[in-house]
Design a binder for this molecule. Structure first.
Ligand SMILES: [Zn+2]
Length: 113
């Protein structure tokens, strides 16, 4: 017995595609803002430190989004599995709302704590 109905799988697939295109747009923006800070920026020392701090925040966001995008692309192929929708750790069904919000996470709330 599959964990999710065909209709639910269709919903999940749509969500995954939406989230992939969002993540791809986000990556383009993050790539621009993480571009190297030019040394000749006519900004003061403090603003420069701010710029560097922002850069590391943005770099981290970039890596996170890139990772998530990879996971989202991987999970598309898994939606057809009988066991898709069941926690890969404890085997219990994952709340459907959670699957829609974070389809790339294959573990339930309890196991992710
Ligand atoms: Zn679990």
């Amino acid at each position: 017995m599959p964990v999710l109905s065909a209709k639910q799988k269709e919903q999940v697939r749509t969500k995954i595609h939406e989230q992939i295109s969002e993540a791809e747009k986000e990556l383009v923006v993050l790539k621009e803002v993480t571009a190297a800070i030019a040394p000749d920026n006519s900004i003061g020392r403090i603003s420069r430190m701010d710029a560097i701090n922002n850069k590391s925040v943005n770099d981290a966001a970039y890596l996170n989004t890139r990772n998530r995008l990879k996971q989202l692309k991987n999970v598309i192929d898994k939606v057809d599995d009988e066991q898709f929708g069941a926690c890969v750790r404890c085997g219990r069904p994952i709340a459907f709302e959670r699957i829609l919000i974070m389809p790339e996470k294959r573990i339930c709330v309890t196991c992710s704590r």
